[in-house]
Design a protein around this ligand. Structure first.
Ligand code: 4NP
Length: 163
């Protein structure tokens, strides 16, 4: 995550392993934020529920789809979510129902945890499926991009995060 000031909005994407979906979302969202000239106002990171892949770059399937779209990903490395993340980040945005259940068990009382597809209500999916198991990285990219666009619209419309 880049240097941040107190007025920054902080967004953490979370999936199970932090090698497929959440690093994809981190990279896509960062590109969208940079395109809108908001890089100084929105800090972005990603983490996994589990730490099995800590220190590793994203999965080859995620790297491939990001490279095809011209979205930088070389500096991404997996890490496990920590208790401090729940206070550090304004928006904790996970990928599926299983992530949501795990995060709600870890979150302090009153902290909202979002699913990325909450921000793409025009799509029928409520979960971003796990391409680690399905192999459908291109499809997952479409969901992630739609969710990231909706999330950025939401942040721009709200300015201060909902709790
Ligand atoms: P992700 O996918 O949660 O989208 O990063 C997975 C990556 C690794 C594992 C599971 C899901 N794993 O069991 O190692």
């Amino acid at each position: 995550m880049r240097e941040r000031s107190l007025s920054m909005i902080r967004v953490l994407f979370v999936c199970l392993g932090n090698i497929c979906r959440s690093p994809m979302a981190e990279a896509v969202f960062r590109r969208l934020v940079e395109e809108k000239g908001l890089a100084e106002q929105i800090a972005i990171d990603s983490a996994g529920i589990g730490g099995w892949h800590a220190g590793e770059p994203p999965h080859a399937g995620t790297r491939k789809v990001l490279s095809e779209k011209g979205i930088p990903h070389d500096t991404l490395r997996a890490r496990q979510i920590t208790p401090a993340d729940f206070t550090e980040f304004d928006y904790i945005v996970c990928m599926d129902e299983e992530n949501l259940s795990a995060l709600k068990r870890m979150a302090p009382p009153g902290k909202t945890v979002y699913r990325l597809m909450d921000f793409a209500p025009h799509l029928p999916e409520s979960d971003v499926e796990d391409p680690y198991y399905t192999g459908r990285f291109d499809y997952v990219y479409q969901l992630v991009e739609a969710g990231c666009r909706g999330l950025l619209d939401h942040i721009q419309a709200n300015k201060s995060p909902s709790k």
